[in-house]
Design a protein around this ligand. Structure first.
Ligand SMILES: [Fe+2]
Length: 408
């Protein structure tokens, strides 16, 4: 395998030098060489692990802190580009672009690949853009799939690694001038991925205050959110929102209060930040580390990224032609709940009604199947309507109640 990696790097070096190292040519060269190499066909995880553990020396490691990959492992390191392998135990959950170019491939395991476009409408700060984020394509990557990585806004994506582990390989340049990396939050906020020592440390302190339920938690969080620039306020506020979601009974108003104080300070555009933070509710409660089953993980990834039920069912039909989409979705959700990977406080009645809704029944039809509205009686009818309302309120299930035109 390592011989193949060295051969791949030499071939890329040869072709790129012929192209006079033009940065615009690197992604297609990396893509073509990766596709030709077919590394997945001879990939052996045990061989790589043995080499990484026993080799006298490892190549220079690009990302020692392990910010991307769980962990990353640099297999080849040159002066203009490098080859990294990534082990993934839980999926990437951020939509992002890239400050570099290159190509990636799945060596082992499957991934749901979601691609996006972003139209910028306003730039309230250099590190913050407002606009609209739109899903432009969804595909299922399998061992041997190769995709080019363009720098900047031409290639915005999110990769849900549904197999545990998924192992990917990337050939990429170093961070290039002129492209800063952004992460994207629906419906329309892009925030630059950057770190400063003060921001990172204060974010960690916010985490400490939350974990200890510190008596000064509220006041210090408020000071951080209101005292910072809009970019850091956005991330601090994301933390406050996550805290609110986790402890909904404590102070549900703190997030909204801070948001309206921020709006007073910076203007009406702050509401876009609020909408972006609220959108995280859809998948914030998923405990990926507890989920090993690829079908369960795929169902949760589809519900997190796709906007409507037809798109989800079309994806399942295309890639799992033997499966019934309604059963696929139901079993994925039910299995994820049993594995305690999602917190849905559903009764057996909720599951039975969800099963019927997934089969295409309307609440009216469910009532009819139980003997009709007259036969059910007021109490049972009220219970049925309450359960349907409960199901519609679960952010993760929203696409199941959304038609392609976006009506709920
Ligand atoms: Fe990426």
């Amino acid at each position: 395998m390592l011989d193949s990696i060295h051969a791949l790097a030499s071939e890329i070096e040869r072709r790129w030098s012929s192209a006079e190292y033009r940065s615009t040519d690197f992604a297609s060269i990396a893509h073509d060489c990766l596709a030709q190499a077919e590394l997945h066909a001879r990939f052996d995880e045990a061989e790589i692990l043995r080499w990484a553990i026993a080799a006298e020396q490892l190549p220079e490691q690009h990302d020692l802190r392990g910010g991307f990959g769980q962990p990353p492992l640099t297999l080849w390191h040159g002066s203009r580009f490098f080859v990294d392998l990534y082990f993934w135990v839980t999926p990437e959950t951020a939509v992002h672009d890239h400050g570099f170019t290159g190509a990636f491939t799945n060596l082992q395991g499957n991934s749901l690949h979601c691609m996006y476009g972003f139209d910028t409408h306003a730039t309230p700060a250099p590190n913050l853009r407002l606009g609209s984020l739109a899903l432009t394509g969804v595909e299922y990557l399998q061992p041997g799939s190769v995709r080019a990585i363009a720098g900047g806004r031409d290639f915005i994506h999110q990769v849900w690694h549904v197999s545990r582990p998924t192992i990917t390989l990337v050939v990429r340049t170093f961070h290039e001038d002129g492209w800063s990396q952004f992460e994207y939050h629906p419906p329309g906020v892009a925030a630059r991925i950057e770190t400063s020592a003060a921001f990172t440390r204060r974010f960690q302190l916010l985490e400490y205050l939350s974990r200890t339920d510190h008596p000064s938690k509220e006041s210090l969080a408020e000071e951080l959110v209101l005292g910072g620039d809009p970019w850091s306020s956005f991330f601090y506020l994301t933390k406050v929102f996550a805290e609110r979601s986790a402890r909904s009974s404590r102070d549900p108003a703190s997030f909204e209060r801070l948001l309206s104080r921020l709006t007073e300070r910076h203007g009406d555009w702050i509401r876009h930040l609020g909408d972006a933070i609220r959108s995280t509710d859809r998948h914030a409660g998923i405990r990926w580390a507890r989920l090993a089953d690829p079908t369960q993980r795929l169902v949760l990834a589809l519900l997190s990224s796709l906007e409507d039920r037809t798109s989800i069912e079309d994806f399942i039909t295309k890639h799992f032609p033997d499966a019934q989409p309604d059963a696929f979705l139901f079993e994925g959700l039910r299995g994820a709940r049993e594995a305690q990977g999602i917190t849905l406080n559903f009764s057996e009645g909720h599951w039975a009604i969800l099963r019927n809704i997934l089969r295409g029944a309307t609440p009216e039809q469910i009532a009819m199947s139980l003997g009709g509205r007259e036969a059910l009686g007021e109490a049972q009818l009220g219970r049925l309507e309450a359960i349907c309302a409960d199901l519609r309120r679960v952010p993760l299930l929203a696409p199941l109640f959304t038609t392609r035109a976006g009506r709920r």
